[in-house]
Design a protein around this ligand. Structure first.
Ligand SMILES: [Zn+2]
Length: 74
């Protein structure tokens, strides 16, 4: 049973395209993020700080900040 949109995978919060499970954004949007933002989002930390960074990302997306201008706390 092949499916292009596996159940349980939410779309990219930026462009609404399907994204890979476990990723914050689809590949196109991820590659548009500034390097420092990607580094911060990839950093392994405790759940609270990881969640905080994800909320920073979502807040900026909701505010209409362009992907190339998004900043995430290190
Ligand atoms: Zn996207």
């Amino acid at each position: 049973m092949a499916t292009s949109r596996p159940a349980g995978t939410s779309p990219c919060p930026s462009c609404r395209q399907p994204r890979a499970a476990g990723k914050y954004l689809c590949g196109d949007c991820w590659s548009a993020l500034p390097g420092p933002a990607r580094t911060a989002l990839n950093r392994r930390g405790n759940r609270a700080t990881a969640l905080h960074r994800l909320q920073e990302l979502h807040r900026q997306l909701a505010a209409g900040v362009p992907l190339t201008r998004i900043e995430i706390s290190p």
